[in-house]
Design a protein around this ligand. Structure first.
Ligand code: ADP
Ligand code: ZN
Length: 211
């Protein structure tokens, strides 16, 4: 199974990606998680990426393409993959298509999770990530900054790019860079639109109907 998940920041790609990749036993490839991990490690790649990630800009395509080529190579021996956060613009999508063609691999579906803008701004403002186990939570009160992870007791922190001004910028980047992928994959006959509102489980059910 080879799946690409697209959708605005905060649409719930990461949450759904975890459930679906477990169900089909395929690697969950999140370029955002890979970049944040490199940044935390302080690697060369992380050093190059940090200013883009923290300000909500796209990391340069050359860096992303390198990451993806490695991941595709690794995942060739597996049952496929689930891409979360890649491709993010037309250049990446075209490069991805030609890499897959070259390897004789076809995508099964591109799932577009649709959520409206006000809902996204509200969700991202409330999003907290555990600094130990990396679980993602939604807090009830926007100012509650120092609560602990219910899973492991780690500190829940707000991603730097979940600051309200950065969120607005990420949404603009989504509109201009990422939204064109909807037409790109519609033309290829791969796109499925999924309503991303409601409970996590309901959204998973909606996606599974197409897989
Ligand atoms: P979200 O979808 O909530 O914005 P991600 O974790 O997917 O979160 O991405 C966080 C940041 O990582 C992006 O704002 C961008 O800086 C960088 N990033 C992730 N994937 C890509 C990509 N494919 N191309 C360029 N930059 C990326
Ligand atoms: Zn935790």
């Amino acid at each position: 199974m080879r799946i690409v998940l697209i959708g605005a920041p905060g649409a719930g790609k990461g949450t759904q990606a975890k459930v679906i990749s477990n169900k089909f036993n395929i690697p969950h490839i999140s370029t955002g998680d890979i970049l944040r991990n490199e940044i935390n490690k302080g690697s060369e790649l992380g050093k190059k990426a940090v200013k883009f990630v923290e300000s909500g800009k796209l990391v340069p395509d050359e860096i992303i393409i390198e990451i993806i080529k490695n991941m595709i190579r690794k995942s060739r021996s597996e049952n496929g993959f689930l891409m979360d956060g890649f491709p993010r613009n037309l250049k990446q999508a075209k490069m991805f298509s030609s890499t897959l063609d070259h390897l004789g691999i076809k995508l099964d579906k591109v799932i577009n999770i649709v959520v409206d803008k006000d809902e996204i701004i509200s969700r991202l403002g409330k999003r907290r990530t555990c600094n130990v186990c990396k679980s993602v939570f939604s807090i009830n009160n926007n100012n509650e900054n120092f609560i602990k992870c219910p899973e492991c007791g780690g500190d829940l922190i707000k991603r730097k790019d979940d600051d309200v001004e950065v969120i607005k910028h990420r949404l603009e980047v989504y509109e201009s860079e990422t939204r064109p992928l909807i037409n790109f994959y519609t033309d290829k006959g791969l796109l499925v639109n999924i309503d991303g509102s409601g409970e996590e489980k309901e959204i998973t059910e909606r996606i599974l109907k197409f897989l």
